[in-house]
Design a protein around this ligand. Sequence first.
Ligand SMILES: [Zn+2]
Length: 260
Amino acid sequence: MRLPPWLLALLLVAPCPAWDTLPHQRITRAALETLPKAQLRRLGSEAAPLIEIYCIFPDRYEEMQRYGFVRNSPGPRTAAEIQPYCVRPDGQPIHGATGDRETDAKSLVYLFERIRTNLSANRPGEVARYAGVLAHFIEDSLSPPHAVDADRLAEMTPVPAQMARVNIHAVIERSIPEFTMVERAPRVLAGRQAQVADTVLAQCESGAAQNRRDLSAMVNAAALHDERTLDPYRLRAGRKAAEILADALFTLFQAGSVVR
Ligand SMILES: [Zn+2]
């Protein structure tokens, strides 16, 4: 989605929202496609808005809550209406990994509990909304520029790109090639909810570490607007996020008592 210039300017001085809308939708779709049909049936018609709208909730919440900006596209019109999905009852926002393991584990457990409770109560709309925020969390945690802080990213940026004020962060995050993972079967993440949260966070961290190792190549390509070089890195990050999300959802949707 194209944001208005005034909002873009504000976002440049605020924490970056990470992947743009289309990459979020593509990663979420790729993950959902790998779930067994019986699990997808539990989402019913809510699978489509999960991919189109709910997986963008944390960005939309932030835009509305901080800047009063409401997108023209279908979806929430007020921050209040999506606050229960994007903010924990203790006030902690849920967006992407913060780097604080305890905070992040609590956020994941909060989402897991809501997904499971609403699955039991057969409320697919609620399941899909919390699953959308879970998708966003995992996806943003794997967004390549987020592997380092803003100062480090600026240091890594070649001087000509700095002079030309190329927004390296935004260039890397704005697109991802379409992909599918239909050949991959999702896996159960073992353990109780806290252990599953820990596994998800460890996988997000390992994906971020991989992004960090290749970040200077990505930054150099972004400085030259070299999309062909960037795409395989974006694809790898997106695929990793989709795998983590698919396994987490598969685990939560499993009937019975794998996650308690
Ligand atoms: Zn975001």
